[in-house]
Design a protein around this ligand. Structure first.
Ligand SMILES: O=C(CO)[C@@H](O)[C@H](O)COP(=O)(O)O
Length: 224
């Protein structure tokens, strides 16, 4: 059976107590820490960089850290995040001049590479790089902010990506990010996702375990 991974986005965490909040969400049953990097250039918002990733590692976080680069250009930050303790690093294909080179930089740095698609980014960027990918991340909102609503058309796009992955024969995770909640996670999984980023749905609740348990209960009923 597919192992579903739940990856809380720390964009919605309490930045004044980030280490403790990450500990709490992992203790509540999260699998992966989703780490959103925004540069106020590729997206109209500014967040956190490699120093914060390193600080989480020094604080004692041992879970996988899933770095999503919403930056342009991409390459300079790859080695910095690898040194800071990132596990996965993904970026947007249109934000780099040389897609293969950026993916190879991630692989050479010892991290697992992913490619990110906005709701309207064409999938042809996948044509010649499937063999290099650990994961594909589909944005189900336009990137830049937490707390937005899931774009319904994303379910069709997920199905297309799932078909591409299955026909490729490669073992590639399919991650979804944006507007993921307890009440839509099952439909999202049925469309093909196996890794779920959720920010506000988790961090806006006082009891993280309760919402993560509810998500897992929904995932237990997936028909695929
Ligand atoms: O990368 C982003 C937004 O650009 C996401 O990771 C959001 O942080 C998800 O937040 P919710 O939609 O789950 O509140």
């Amino acid at each position: 059976m597919t192992k579903y991974l739940i990856a809380p986005s720390i964009l919605s965490a309490n930045f004044a107590k980030l280490g403790e909040d990450v500990d709490a969400v992992l203790a509540a049953g999260a699998d992966v820490v989703h780490f959103d990097v925004m540069d106020n250039h590729y997206v109209p918002n500014l967040t956190i960089g490699p120093m914060v990733c390193e600080a989480l590692r020094k604080h004692g976080v041992t879970a996988d850290i899933d770095v999503h680069l919403m930056v342009q250009p991409v390459d300079d930050l790859i080695s910095q995040f690898a040194k800071a303790g990132a596990t996965y690093i993904s970026f947007h294909p249109e934000a780099t001049q040389h897609l293969d080179r950026s993916l190879q930089l991630i692989i050479d740095s010892g991290c697992k590479p992913g490619l990110v698609f906005n709701p309207a980014t064409p999938l042809h960027y996948l044509d010649d790089v499937m063999h290099k990918l650990h994961h594909i991340l589909l944005m189900s909102v336009n990137p830049g902010f937490g707390g937005q609503s899931f774009i319904p058309h994303s379910l069709d796009k997920l199905k297309k990506i799932r078909a591409l992955i299955d026909s490729s024969g490669f073992d590639i995770r399919l991650e979804i990010d944006g507007g993921v909640k307890v009440d839509n996670i099952r439909a999202i999984a049925e469309a093909g996702a196996d890794m779920f980023v959720a920010g506000s749905a988790i961090f806006n609740q006082s009891d993280y375990s309760q919402v993560i348990d509810q998500m897992r209960a929904e995932l237990a009923n997936v028909n695929r």
